[in-house]
Design a protein. Structure first.
Lengths: 312, 177
C-alpha cells in the first residue's frame, strides 16, 4: 500500500509547498505522475463522499486540482473514482487545495464511518480553539472552519496578526480566510479560557495518544477541541478534563496549521453530522422568476390561445 | 497572496471565467413564433457582455405553457437557465384592455395598444422587446442570484428582486442600443 498526491495544475508555489508537506505528514509522496488507482478529489456531480470508505489496501494516487479551475477534464476522465469533501457552508464551499489534499489523504489512507445524519447537528458541535502563529495558516484554517459549518471559532493569536498585525498581514490572512464571504465570528481566546469547558480535547499531529477518530467530538458547547497547541502549554493545562488525541501523522517539527486543523475540522464535521431530511417534507422549490403580461380580466374572460382554437 | 482571484469585481472575474451559454431553439406551436432567433439571442448576449452571462448555462427558446391568466414571456429557472417563450403573431388581440402599468410597459418597448385590447408591434419592436426587456430582465435576476452564490434560495424578497433585476436590465438595454 502506498499513496501519492498528484497536484494537477496547482499554480501557487506556496500551495505546492504545503501539498508536499501534506504528503510528508501522511507518509505519502508528492508526485507528478499517476501510480496505481487514480482518485480524483473534486466537488463534481456524481462524486462520492470522502467519508464512509474502508482503509486503502492498494497503490493509489489522489489528484487535487488548480486553485480556480479544479481538476483538468483529462484527469477527471481518467480517474477510477471521484471523491468530494462535503462542506456545510452556503458561501465557502471549497477548501484550500493543500488542506483538501491533507483531508483526502488522511481519510483515504485510514477510512472512516459515514457522516452522521441527525435532527439538530448544531447542538452537537463543539467549540474549536485554534492556536496560530502564522497569518496565512490561521486564515486558511478559518476558511476550512467556515466550510465545515462553524459559526464561531476561538483564536489564540500568538503572533499571527489576525487581530493586531500589520495591514499587509491582516489583508493576507483575511484573503486566505475568504473573509468577504466567510461568516464565522472569530473570538480572541487563550489557554486560560479552557477552564470554562467541561472537556478539553487537545489534538496532536503525531505521538502516542488515542486516535482522533476514536474520540467522541459531539459534546456540544461543553467541549472544546484545541489545535496548534505546543508541549509547553500542555504542561500548563494538564488536568483531569484534558484528553490528548493524535492524528497519527509522521513526526514533524512544525506541521502546517492549515493541514492539521482541516483534518480535525473534517472529522468533527463527520461526527457532528448533517441535518437529516424530514421524511415527507418536500425539498425547497427552485427559485423561478417569470416575466409575463398580466391579464386583468381573468375572472370574466377566458383567454384562448389561437392554436388551441384552431385545433378545436 | 495579497489579493485573491475570487475577490475581483464580477466584471473582471467574468472576463476571465465566463463561458458562452448554450442557446437552443425548439419549434414554436402552430400559429406562434419566436420573435428573436437563437442567433439574435447570441448576438444580444455578446453585446450585453460577459458579466451578464457569467454563470449562465443555457438560454432556450421554447413553446409557452398553456395558461389563461397571463401571457408568459420568459423565465429564469435557477441555477443558470433562462427560457424565452414563443409568442402569438402580432397584433395580439386580447379581447379586453390591459392595466395601465402593462400598457405603459409595452408602450415603452414600442408597442401600441388600444382600448379594445389590441396590442400591435410595428416593425421589429417585438423582437427588441424580447431581447432588451425580457431577456435583459431575466439576466438581471440571474446576476443577482449568481452573485450571492445561493443554492436553491432567493437572494432577496420577490419585490426587491424584481426591482433590482429591472435596474440591471436598464443598464443592459443601454448596451444593446
Amino acid at each position: 500500500m502506498s499513496l501519492s498526491i498528484f497536484p494537477d495544475g496547482v499554480e501557487n508555489p506556496a500551495n505546492l509547498a504545503r501539498i508536499t508537506d501534506a504528503a510528508r505528514l501522511l507518509g505519502a509522496e508528492c508526485s507528478s505522475s499517476i501510480d496505481g488507482r487514480l482518485i480524483a478529489i473534486e466537488n463534481s456531480t456524481g462524486a462520492a463522499e470522502i467519508y464512509g470508505r474502508s482503509p486503502l489496501r492498494e497503490r493509489a494516487t489522489i489528484a487535487v486540482g488548480n486553485e480556480r479551475r479544479g481538476l483538468s477534464r483529462r484527469t477527471l476522465a481518467s480517474a477510477d473514482e471521484t471523491l468530494e469533501i462535503p462542506t456545510q457552508s452556503r458561501t465557502v464551499t471549497t477548501l484550500n487545495v493543500a488542506a483538501a489534499a491533507a483531508v483526502a489523504g488522511w481519510y483515504v489512507l485510514r477510512g472512516s464511518g459515514r457522516q452522521a445524519q441527525v435532527s439538530r447537528p448544531e447542538l452537537r458541535r463543539p467549540f474549536f480553539l485554534l492556536v496560530g502563529r502564522h497569518h496565512v495558516e490561521v486564515g486558511s484554517s478559518l476558511r476550512s472552519a467556515a466550510a465545515f459549518g462553524f459559526h464561531d471559532v476561538l483564536l489564540d493569536d500568538r503572533g499571527a496578526g489576525w487581530f493586531e498585525g500589520s495591514a499587509a498581514e491582516r489583508r493576507e490572512a483575511r484573503a486566505a480566510a475568504r473573509r468577504h464571504k466567510n461568516p464565522p465570528h472569530v473570538h480572541r481566546a487563550s489557554a486560560d479560557d479552557l477552564e470554562r469547558f467541561e472537556e478539553v480535547v487537545v489534538v496532536l499531529p503525531s505521538g502516542s495518544a488515542d486516535a482522533l477518530q476514536h474520540e467522541r467530538l459531539t459534546r456540544g458547547r461543553h467541549q472544546v477541541v484545541v489545535v496548534g497547541m505546543g508541549s509547553t502549554d500542555l504542561d500548563r493545562i494538564a488536568h483531569a478534563r484534558v484528553r490528548l488525541v493524535t492524528l497519527d501523522l509522521k513526526p514533524s517539527d512544525d506541521p502546517p496549521l492549515r493541514l492539521v486543523a482541516s483534518i480535525v475540522l473534517a472529522e468533527i464535521a463527520r461526527q457532528v453530522g448533517r441535518r437529516r431530511r424530514v421524511p415527507g417534507r418536500p425539498a425547497a422549490p427552485v427559485p423561478r422568476y417569470e416575466a409575463a403580461v398580466r391579464l386583468t380580466a381573468t375572472g370574466d374572460v377566458l383567454f384562448v390561445d389561437p392554436s388551441r382554437l384552431l385545433d378545436y | 497572496m495579497t489579493k485573491s482571484l475570487r475577490t475581483d469585481p464580477r466584471r473582471i472575474r467574468a472576463i476571465r471565467r465566463a463561458t458562452f451559454p448554450v442557446v437552443r431553439m425548439r419549434s414554436p406551436r402552430a400559429g406562434r413564433y419566436h420573435p428573436a432567433s437563437a442567433a439574435e439571442v447570441r448576438e444580444a448576449l455578446r453585446r450585453f457582455g460577459e458579466d451578464s452571462y457569467y454563470g449562465l448555462k443555457a438560454v432556450e427558446l421554447i413553446p409557452a405553457p398553456n395558461v389563461s391568466d397571463r401571457l408568459p414571456l420568459g423565465q429564469l429557472i435557477e441555477p443558470g437557465r433562462i427560457v424565452l417563450y414563443d409568442q402569438p403573431m402580432p397584433p395580439w388581440r386580447l379581447g379586453f384592455d390591459l392595466s395601465s402599468d402593462e400598457r405603459s410597459r409595452l408602450g415603452a418597448a414600442g408597442a401600441t395598444t388600444d382600448g379594445a385590447g389590441t396590442v400591435a408591434w410595428p416593425g421589429l419592436t417585438l423582437r427588441r422587446f424580447m431581447l432588451a426587456y425580457v431577456l435583459a430582465h431575466e439576466l438581471g435576476h440571474h446576476m443577482l442570484q449568481h452573485e450571492r452564490r445561493l443554492r436553491g434560495e432567493a437572494a432577496a424578497r420577490t419585490r426587491d428582486h424584481e426591482a433590482r433585476a429591472e435596474a440591471i436590465a436598464r443598464r443592459l438595454r443601454a448596451r444593446l442600443d
